[in-house]
Design a protein around this ligand. Structure first.
Ligand SMILES: [Zn+2]
Length: 227
């Protein structure tokens, strides 16, 4: 009753399409949920995300949850997550995706979930890392450690999504660093980002993490973009 009243006074809108939410809908409306463009990458070993790193870095498993289309639901969700402080979108998608990937054999020995870090300056501007809640949900559901201390970004760079392959090669691995040395324990890092476009940022992160002896890498993103 109170919830209905509050909803009347402060109507909530869908983070995917801006339509008014019904009282039993949370964050995104039923229609957007139904229309979410799931990639099903986790069912295809040689999927488009995996192919981005093929021959560049060794990976155990790569997948993106959703297809990113310009002006589509996923773009709105990412925008709200990234710039409007709607961090509960990350939780919702993380819970959802955990159920999809929990039986993936290659992920069974993951030890740490590593968010692609923001530079301190950007973190301060935004107040949060947009991928944190998605990572936390994965960590909780898959029962592995959420490790946000290990990897750091040490230079402030503009978005790398528009860079071509030559420029991509120039992105120094040195923009990421490991905060401390690891023991000889075998590590399987699950590296997580919001959108994969060229893959250059994830590649730089992965190369840094792979410097740790006995480590291997898997990669998951919320969305996959071709452009
Ligand atoms: Zn909607």
């Amino acid at each position: 009753m109170l919830k209905n009243l509050l909803n009347l006074m402060f109507p909530k809108t869908c983070k995917g399409c801006d339509a008014l939410l019904l009282y039993n809908e949370v964050i995104i409306c039923a229609e957007c949920r139904h229309k979410l463009p799931l990639t099903q990458h986790h069912l295809i070993k040689n999927n488009s995300t995996f192919k981005k790193f093929y021959g560049i870095i060794p990976t155990e498993f790569c997948s993106a949850m959703l297809y990113f289309h310009k002006d589509g639901i996923v773009q709105n969700l990412i925008h709200n997550l990234k710039y409007k402080n709607c961090q509960e979108i990350g939780t919702l998608l993380g819970d959802w995706y955990s159920h999809e990937i929990k039986h993936v054999e290659e992920l069974k020995d993951v030890t740490d979930i590593i968010p692609v870090p923001l530079h301190k300056k950007r973190f301060k501007e935004r107040g949060y890392n947009q991928i944190t809640t998605f990572c936390q949900s994965l960590a909780e559901n898959l029962q592995v450690k959420f490790n946000e201390e290990l990897l750091h970004r040490n230079s402030y760079s503009k978005t790398q999504t528009k860079k071509n392959k030559t420029e991509r090669n120039n992105i120094s691995n040195a923009i990421f660093e490991i905060s401390h040395c690891y023991t000889e324990e075998k590590k399987h890092f699950l590296l997580v980002d919001d959108v994969i476009t060229s893959g250059a940022t994830l590649e730089a992160c992965a190369k840094t993490l792979l410097k740790i002896p006995n480590s291997k890498i898997s990669i998951i993103t919320i969305a996959y973009s071709d452009s």
